[in-house]
Design a protein around this ligand. Structure first.
Ligand code: ARG
Length: 569
């Protein structure tokens, strides 16, 4: 809690000759609560005072002996640390009041001062289905979008659609040869995908197909009418399908600037790279040698004049800088593209763009269902839409069984089903590969969204049963919460603001996700040990304020993971 830290800062400042803010930054949280709630590390003073840290700690403690602050009740030296113990009543009241006053804004901050943060996420490839491999980018990217926005940045969601490249040549060939208008109309995305798979099967036997595809793509690049009309039709049909998924997930992008958006800028960008003298022509191709920087060379233009994925990314990066003047530019893209982004950012740096350092690749591991890695090439793919629908169906069954009388089962099933998929992803350290296991992600007592959502719904139900007058703020009721389980829960609630900041700074929504499991766990521990509705008078009122704050923290936290907190389930 900031006020307690500030209090310690001001208290120690004259004694240790440091600015209060310096002291606040040095404060640590002891690993065990028996060592206090905040610890000041005295070894930072050892040099200045020419004294052993434990002596310094003992000296300061001596000077403070018998004193007591607003939010702390005692201070003790332990080794090189000075440990502060909070005053549970004053601390509890303060934390609960903050949550109470700030409501839906609790945990939010204005660190960003409205500065822009474009976030490139989801970015599926047109005419290939929205595979489950893209789910990680979608879910992690959307959460970062929400988290940055909560911290006062202006998040800008960009869907860098894969809407350009040789796959369009392949699709056109396949459609010209085997395509059937009726089938395309009936289920465009599925059908385009089947054509794409068929193309690869056939091209294995007949390599000429690849030449044909290349030539179609060249025609597309040249703006040939027929090619462009195929392309824009395939693109439109795919976008219509993505829209269903984004709607289901409640995601909106500020921009659908796909790769094709940068086509007109490519010549200029290539000129610029040449001007900077970092590219060389090699047999008609244009190459940037990155060997001195320990990276493989990058081809920006092939000898037939075709540009590449990275050429478009180069244009996109510059465009984003010029358009948004960003504080940070995030790319939420799988770890298999680490090298791509290292090369991209290095080229930007070599071009003299000082802002290149604010471009960040946020990589993540693979997602596996038991059958192995999803691949669009081999034809074995699990569609995200299917995964989401299946999760909702399974959630519906569980709810049907657990709570047959629930009025709005459909909303609850949607919240739980979609929450399971999101949380199943977000609760893992993103860089690790994840194995998606239905049993696990929908386990109501596991480390799941449902576990947290259930705590939320349970609190809502208790609050419904409590009388209206018990829902008013009351200073003295809020000061009565001094039992160990109560204080532990309050301390956990106090961490939300820091957890949100840490999630943003590390680009890891998993920090927030793991924290919410902790909140639900502490709530359950409290609830098993401290009766709420069957306690009386002021204490009951105090406990109602505590669970109400808990509900708020869960709701605010889940919202930043893109997960709905149902009132009943
Ligand atoms: N469409 C690409 C893929 O599916 C991801 C694009 C990521 N964003 C970017 N600016 N390269 O692999």
């Amino acid at each position: 809690m900031q006020k307690l830290k500030d209090e310690i800062g001001h208290l120690l400042s004259p004694l240790v000759d440091l600015d209060p803010s310096e002291i606040v930054n040095l404060l640590e949280t002891p690993p065990e609560s028996e060592y206090g709630d905040y610890a000041f590390p005295c070894y930072v003073l050892a040099k200045k005072l020419k004294k052993a840290p434990p002596l310094i700690a003992a000296d300061i403690a001596e000077k403070l002996s018998g004193e007591k602050g607003v939010f702390w009740s005692r201070v003790e030296p332990r080794g090189p640390y000075l440990n502060f113990y909070l005053d549970p009543a004053a601390y509890g009241r303060e934390v609960l009041q903050q949550v109470w006053d700030q409501g839906g804004q609790y945990g939010h901050a204005n660190l960003g001062l409205g500065r822009n943060v474009p976030i490139d996420y989801s970015s599926p490839n047109i005419a290939k289905p929205f595979g489950v491999g893209h789910i990680r980018s979608t879910v992690i990217g959307h959460s970062l979008y929400l988290i940055y926005r909560a911290l006062g940045y202006n998040s800008i969601g960009i869907n860098h659609l894969g809407d350009w490249g040789t796959q369009f040549g392949k699709l056109i060939v396949a459609y010209e040869r085997w395509g059937e208008e009726e089938k395309l109309k009936a289920d465009p995305v599925d059908y385009l995908y089947k054509l794409y798979v068929k193309f690869h099967q056939e091209a294995d036997q007949d390599p000429e197909l690849d030449d044909e595809a290349r030539s179609w793509f060249k025609r597309l690049e040249g703006g040939a009418k027929e090619a462009v009309s195929y392309w824009s039709r395939f693109r439109r049909l795919s976008l219509e399908n993505y829209a269903l998924i984004y709607d289901l997930l409640g995601i909106e992008f500020e921009h659908y600037h796909g790769e094709s958006h940068y086509n007109e800028m490519l010549d200029q960008v290539i000129e610029l790279v040449k001007e900077k003298g970092i590219a060389k022509e090699s047999e008609g191709a244009l190459i940037v040698d990155l060997e001195p920087h320990g990276l493989p060379p990058v081809m920006l233009r092939k000898k037939d004049g075709a540009t590449l994925y990275i050429t478009r990314d180069l244009a996109a990066a510059i465009y984003r800088h010029d358009t948004f003047d960003f504080a940070l530019s995030l790319y939420v893209v799988g770890a298999e593209q680490v090298l791509h982004f290292q090369q991209l950012f290095k080229i930007l740096e070599l071009m003299g763009f000082e802002w290149a350092k604010n471009c960040v690749h946020v990589p993540f591991g693979l997602i596996r269902f038991k059958e192995g890695r999803m691949s669009t090439r081999a034809g074995k793919i699990i569609l995200l839409e299917e995964v989401l629908r299946r999760s909702i169906d399974m959630a519906r069954e569980i709810i049907e069984e657990k709570n047959p009388d629930l009025a709005d089962k459909e909303s609850a099933a949607k919240a739980v089903g979609l929450g399971a998929v999101r949380f199943g992803d977000l609760s893992n350290d993103r860089i690790k590969n994840i194995e998606f296991d239905w049993e696990k992600v929908l386990d109501f007592s596991g480390e799941t969204a449902a576990y947290i959502q259930y705590a939320h719904a349970r609190i809502c139900s208790i609050l419904r049963k409590a009388g209206e007058e018990q829902k008013q703020w009351d200073d003295s009721a809020a000061s009565l919460l001094v039992k160990e389980e109560e204080t532990a829960l309050i301390k956990t609630l106090a961490m939300l603001p820091d957890k949100i900041i840490a999630s943003a700074e590390n680009y890891r929504p998993s920090i927030l996700a793991r924290y919410l499991i902790e909140v639900a766990r502490e709530f359950n521990r409290f609830y098993h040990n401290c009766p709420v509705l069957s306690s009386e008078g002021e204490l009951q009122h105090g406990r109602l304020l505590l669970i109400s704050a808990t509900r708020q923290v869960i709701a605010n936290g889940l919202a930043l993971l893109g997960i709905v907190a149902p009132e009943e389930m």
